[in-house]
Write a protein of this length. Structure first.
Ligand code: TGC
Ligand code: FAD
Length: 394
């Protein structure tokens, strides 16, 4: 007769014992990134956010940690599983969405574009340095008049002999002014093409966007291309439609599914600790039913989001993950994280509005996360089209 194992005690920080669903190697990767975040991000990120700075030396530290393009094979990349990459994103975003963004844009957008759609020469030239964090990349798709609808972009590239002339403008570009190479998408005579534009190319300038109240520990820039002459080999040869950039977005959105669960966890942990310490009416506020209900719902959302991320990670590793699945993960987990952050902020009372605690920083960051990489509305419409068979974008 088989006997069931004894029930474990509930652990507030891993309520559903999700740890048990990870392999030893996955736990090791998660713990290594968690320790890096505790050492290099958490103690400083409140100041970076307040001062709106990103210490660029982090790039090479993240390269040494092995998280830049970690899910790609070859060219100095770690070749880790999608689940391991997701766990790294979760830990990085528990630190700050801006730091996870730096890693996502580098690995899932700029490096993935080159790895998936580039020539062998382009891969050899850029990927090893990008994996090491010696060269940062950025990904220019959005424009002032083309956000959710990237097909309406105005940036154009035309042939001039064997060269290309690139003209246009990109907006809201993460890592823009810090990047050694910009992956830029443009309409051409034969469809949407990607171009690699090195920093310093004549006619290519950047301007940082200031006064952001979100993602302040992350550089966001405008990219300007004034008839920039590029050699023929600057073009990514393997794709000539919107499928090129959209395939990269799938990768980055997948990382956000995990990252949002990390931001939510950080807010829950902060609220839980605060509620046990804070005394009002002679008792810790954690002893009041209204606060317990908030904490219970936060725990539910954090665990639900983590399980959803893990499920999508397993699907990606077995090759069955579709973009429509990723949309459900991005929509569900970012909305859940926003709910958790807003609720946690209230548990902290007045302390919830200062950068002495991580909660309002996460809450403000998540306002960008819910907008970039496809707004919540865009992902709802992707899911809507999948369940009804009717496209409602246009
Ligand atoms: P549509 O006509 O449906 O498709 C055009 C071509 O693309 C293919 N495709 C996809 N391929 C791969 N993955 C996907 N998810 C794809 N979705 C569509 C499609 O098969 C077709 O291929 P082909 O070969 O037939 O040409 O395109 P549409 O213009 O109707 O657009 C659909 C829609 C609205 C879903 C898409 O435009 C969209 O996702 N819009 C949102 C834009 C967006 O997310 N931008 C993000 C910019 S990057 C960013 O925000 C970085 S933030 C920093 C960080 O990540 O941390
Ligand atoms: P719009 O597309 O103008 O949308 C405005 C509103 O209309 C939204 O609520 C939207 O959901 C809604 N809407 C639009 N279309 C429809 C529809 N068909 N049906 C119903 N509602 C609709 N982009 C890059 O290319 N690279 C980057 O590195 C990058 N980094 C970013 C960093 C930050 C901090 C931010 C905030 C943005 C970044 N972006 C980047 C841009 C981001 O991808 C866009 O902001 C996003 O795609 C939305 O575009 P938009 O802001 O122009 O909003």
């Amino acid at each position: 007769m088989s006997t069931a194992p004894p029930a474990e005690a509930i652990r507030p920080h891993d309520y559903l014992a999700i740890d048990r669903l990870l392999s030893d190697e996955e736990r090791d990767i998660r713990d290594t990134v968690r320790a890096f975040v505790a050492d290099r991000i958490t103690p400083h990120v409140g100041d970076w956010f307040e001062q709106a700075t990103t210490p660029l030396e982090l790039a090479s530290e993240l390269g040494k940690l092995g998280v830049l393009g970690m899910h790609l094979e070859g060219y100095g990349c770690a070749g880790a599983s999608a689940t391991a990459y997701g766990l790294a994103c979760m830990e990085l975003e528990a630190g700050d969405s801006g730091i996870r963004s730096l890693v996502s844009v580098q690995g899932s957008l700029a490096m993935f574009a080159i790895w998936r759609w580039g020539s062998e020469e382009q891969k050899q030239e850029w990927l090893p340095r990008m994996a090491a964090g010696e060269a940062l990349g950025c990904f220019g798709l959005s424009e002032p008049d083309a956000g959710s609808d990237p097909g309406s972009m105005r940036t154009r590239a035309r042939r001039d002999g064997s060269d290309w002339i690139l003209h246009g403008q990109k907006m809201w570009i993460t890592n823009g002014s810090a990047a050694e190479v910009a992956v830029v998408w443009a309409h051409t005579e034969d469809g949407v093409r990607g171009f690699l534009v090195p920093k310093g190319t004549k006619g290519f300038t950047t301007q940082d966007i200031h006064k952001k109240m979100s993602l302040r520990a992350s550089i966001t820039s405008e990219l300007l291309f004034d008839d920039v002459r590029l050699p023929g080999e600057a073009m990514l040869p393997e794709v000539s439609s919107l499928k090129g950039p959209l395939s990269c977005l799938n990768e980055a959105r997948y990382g956000i599914v995990w990252g949002a669960a990390g931001a939510a966890r950080a807010c829950f942990e902060s609220a839980l600790a605060y509620s046990k310490d804070r005394i009002q009416f002679d008792k810790p506020i954690a002893s009041f039913q209204i606060q317990q209900q908030k904490l219970a719902l936060m725990a539910l959302e954090v665990n639900r989001a983590t399980l959803l991320a893990l499920h999508l990670g397993r699907m990606k590793d077995e090759g069955t993950l579709r973009p429509e699945h990723v949309s459900m993960g991005k929509l569900g987990n970012v909305n859940a994280a926003l709910e958790v952050a807003r609720s946690a902020r209230q548990v902290l009372g007045a302390n919830g509005v200062t950068l002495e605690y991580p909660v309002i920083r996460h809450m403000n960051n998540l306002e960008s996360v819910v907008t970039y990489e496809g707004t919540a509305d865009v992902h709802a419409l992707v899911i809507g089209a999948a369940v009804t068979g009717i496209q409602a974008f246009r």
